[in-house]
Structures are given as structure tokens and as C-alpha cells.
Ligand binder design. Structure first.
Ligand code: A3P
Length: 325
């Protein structure tokens, strides 16, 4: 029997098993062999009980804020690098390992009643995320917020314009979404970021490969915007969090912002910043018509999927399918 020094041994190992070069972090406490070698100083309690997975521009920041108003719900610490989101499961941060991830969470004061969570809006449509999330937090609940994908696409375009993305500055929204395969690379990249996340059913199916349907909850993002207190009641019941917090007293509608905001002491509103709830021109009717057609099949798939899961259909979905039939 022969062996090699550690580094060469590792190289040899990965030559034989190249598929294992990409790590898949599991919860060390779910396997006795791992737990036995896991440092006594460490705990597996600093992991989320649920994830808000996005997609982007559906109201995820508003939902994040609403959740943190609940006395038993605790958010991850903000990341200074990734616009406050941890973004662990989707990108290079994953290679920082689970200690890095756990450092974003406090030590819960009561493991059974505290609900720690994390919101990273591009988890929803990033290919590898459901598999990675299920490996580390298999019992986590997953919340996705869906608005009409046509509006989501436009909101993303406006977001990119506000961030001076040259493609969003140089091309109209209509040009971006209708551009053919010979369009410039920058247009096609923006087109994909506008359109792909809105193909909701395909992304949800990927989550359902790794999580049970009872772990998944679809939030109607338009209802979250118009009646956040009602939506928050449903979310609390899905999570099983207690006490059920009554959001009606914690919120107030701000006419000038045009959105629900937090009611502060003295009855003053505290709203999300300028980048949330932007003011922009309405979408051109021909662009809306084009996108309604683009999403028709995807929305039908979503209808079938939500019916199969026994979840309430978002109002926007019913309206969209009625008007396109
Ligand atoms: P717009 O700025 O295009 O209107 P996200 O936080 O996922 O990026 O989503 C941003 C969107 O959240 C905003 O898009 C806005 O429409 C929506 N939203 C829902 N409720 C909101 C609220 N209470 N305050 C501000 N924006 C809200």
C-alpha cells in the first residue's frame, strides 16, 4: 500500500474524481461522522430556517423589511460587498465555506422559537442554488415572490438604467426585449436578465427537485405591494412562527411614495429608499403585448404547477391568463 504527501494526494484524488472539485457543503450536524470531527466550539444553530429566494425586482426588499419587524424573525447580518445580501449559494462566496456563511447569523437566543433567515434575490433563478441549499439546509422553507413577469422585466430594465448599464441607456426597453440573436452582446445579456428570471415555472421546478412542495411558498408580489398586512399573515402561518404579529398597526400607506411604509413613533412613515418604488414611464402597449405573448406558455406552466401544489393563484396570473386567452 502506497501513499503520497497531502498535496499530491489531493491532486491525485481530484484527477480520479474531478466532479468532486466543486464542493457541496452539508450540515455537519446531520451526519454523526461529521459531527464527531466538528469542533466543539462550533454550532450548527447559526443557519437559516428559511430563505427568501427572489427573484429580483418583485418586492423582496420590502418583504425583508417586513419580516424583520416580527419579534421572532431574525435576518442575517448585511454583507458590505454584495448590496447587503449574503449571496452565498449562488456565486464565488460558496467557496468561502460554511463558517463564512454562519458568521452572517447571530447565535439564536432560542433555537426552537427564533426564525433566522436570509434573503438573496438571485437565488431563485441560479441553476446550482436549490441543490446547494438543500445540501446545507434541507429542512429550510423557501419563499419566492412573484409579480407579473412583464412588469418584473421592465423594473429590471429601469434598475439597470439607473445603474448606468450602457445597454439600458443605449437601447429602448422594446429593443432590448425584442432583439434577435444577432443583436449586440450587451443587449443580449440585458435581454436575458430581463426575461429569464420571469420564466417562473421552470425555476420553481428546479427548487422542487430538491425541496418538498410543502417547504415552498409562493407570495403574490402585487398583493404584497397593495396589502402587505394580509400577505404577512399568510407567510407567518406558512412559517409556523409565533406569535402571529399584526402588521396593520406597524404599517401606513404613504401617498407621496405610493407604497406602504413602516409606521414610526409619532405616526411618521419610514419608507424604502429611492431605488425601491422608482418612478418611470409606463411601458409602451406594443411592448406589453409582445411580452404577454412571450410569457403566455410560461404562465400556463405556472398555473399548472401552482394548482398541482395546491397554492393560491396570484391575482395577476389569473388576470394575465384571462386577458391573453
Ligand atoms: P420598482 O422600483 O420597479 O417599482 P426588489 O426589492 O425585489 O428589488 O423589488 C423592488 C420592487 O419592490 C419595486 O420595483 C417596487 O415596485 C416593489 N415594492 C413592493 N412593495 C414595496 C414597498 N412597500 N416599497 C417600495 N417598493 C415596493
Amino acid at each position: 500500500l502506497q501513499t503520497l504527501p497531502p498535496l499530491q494526494l489531493a491532486e491525485k484524488y481530484f484527477q480520479i474524481f474531478p466532479e468532486e472539485m466543486d464542493p457541496l457543503w452539508q450540515n455537519p450536524c446531520h451526519d454523526k461522522r461529521h459531527k464527531d470531527i466538528w469542533s466543539k466550539e462550533k454550532t450548527c444553530d447559526r443557519l437559516p430556517k428559511f430563505l427568501v429566494v427572489g427573484p429580483q425586482k418583485t418586492g423582496t426588499t420590502a418583504l425583508h423589511l417586513l419580516l424583520t419587524l416580527h419579534p421572532a424573525i431574525i435576518s442575517s447580518f448585511p454583507s458590505p460587498v454584495t448590496f447587503e445580501e449574503v449571496q452565498f449559494f449562488n456565486g464565488p462566496n460558496y467557496h468561502n465555506g460554511i463558517d463564512w456563511y454562519m458568521d452572517f447569523f447571530p447565535f439564536p437566543s432560542n433555537v426552537s422559537t427564533d426564525f433566522m433567515f436570509e434573503k438573496s434575490a438571485n437565488y431563485f433563478d441560479t441553476e446550482l442554488v436549490p441543490k446547494r441549499a438543500a445540501a446545507l439546509v434541507p429542512r429550510a422553507k423557501i419563499i419566492a415572490v412573484l409579480i407579473n413577469p412583464v412588469d418584473r422585466a421592465y423594473s429590471w430594465y429601469q434598475h439597470q438604467r439607473a445603474h448606468q448599464d450602457p445597454a439600458a441607456i443605449n437601447y429602448t426597453f422594446h429593443q432590448v426585449v425584442t432583439g434577435g440573436p444577432s443583436s449586440s452582446k450587451e443587449l443580449l445579456v440585458l435581454q436575458s436578465r430581463c426575461l429569464k428570471p420571469g420564466e417562473y415555472a421552470a425555476h420553481l421546478e428546479r427548487w422542487l427537485v430538491h425541496f418538498q412542495s410543502r417547504q415552498l411558498y409562493v407570495v403574490d408580489g402585487s398583493l404584497l405591494r397593495s396589502n402587505p398586512a394580509l400577505v404577512m399573515e399568510g407567510i407567518q402561518r406558512f412559517l409556523g412562527v409565533t406569535p402571529i404579529f399584526n402588521y396593520t398597526q406597524a404599517l401606513m400607506f404613504d401617498e407621496s411614495k405610493g407604497f406602504w411604509c413602516q409606521r414610526m413613533e409619532g405616526g411618521r412613515p419610514k419608507c424604502l429608499g429611492k431605488s425601491k418604488g422608482r418612478k418611470y414611464l409606463e411601458m409602451a402597449p406594443e411592448t406589453r403585448a409582445f411580452l404577454m405573448e412571450y410569457y403566455r406558455e410560461h404562465n400556463l406552466e405556472l398555473l399548472r404547477l401552482l394548482n398541482r401544489l395546491g397554492q393560491t393563484l396570484p391575482l395577476w396570473l389569473r388576470e394575465e391568463l384571462q386577458s391573453s386567452s
